[in-house]
Design a protein around this ligand. Sequence first.
Ligand code: FMN
Length: 199
Amino acid sequence: MDFDAVLARRKMVRNFSDTPVPPNILEKVLVAALKAPSAGFTQGVDLLVLVHPDQLARYWEATTTPEWNAATRRAGMMRAPVIVLPLCNPAAYADRYGEPDKTGSGLDRIESWPVPYWWVDAAFATMNILLAAVDNGLAAGFLGMFRGEDEVLTSFGVPSGYRALGAVLLGQPAEPDPASASLGRGRRPPDEVIHRGSW
Ligand SMILES: Cc1cc2nc3c(=O)[nH]c(=O)nc-3n(C[C@H](O)[C@H](O)[C@H](O)COP(=O)(O)O)c2cc1C
């Protein structure tokens, strides 16, 4: 698909059908994450991919409450047949920036980082997934993980120290997919966002 078309079609989908994602398509979307840039080429981002019903149920059980599940639109999100959790490893970045070619960066301790690049890398990888999903005919939505992160990571055997950026839901879209209330804010126009030469 033409890149402009991918950008134009990308949106957060919150209602999925239960149509499975073909493994070869899922693979293409996942591998797109590996093409993302990475600070110091640390590549300290991993993907936890959940596709089996019991895995999906464990994710939702750990991260939601009965009130959340009962709210409108939640059932459509919970039908997504694939959940990808982009994980990052802060220690890998501190280690990488402690290597000789990064001497003097002062970033060999996690606490020293003014901008934690492990989150930056995880976000870049996630964006690749969102765009690759569109390019491969899938719908995608990103969810923050406000509860249950430790439980999810432990339950799926993720080594300690890793953090989860959130969750990417993947699948085929279902109707209706009402727009998020947030969209009522409107998209800021270029002239308001882009400051040319000075603010
Ligand atoms: C960091 C981040 C966290 C988000 N968390 C959620 C979320 O928890 N639930 C949700 O429905 N949408 C979430 N969104 C989606 C935004 O609401 C959405 O991107 C925004 O309204 C613009 O809509 P669009 O992406 O469809 O263009 C999140 C987006 C980002 C970038």
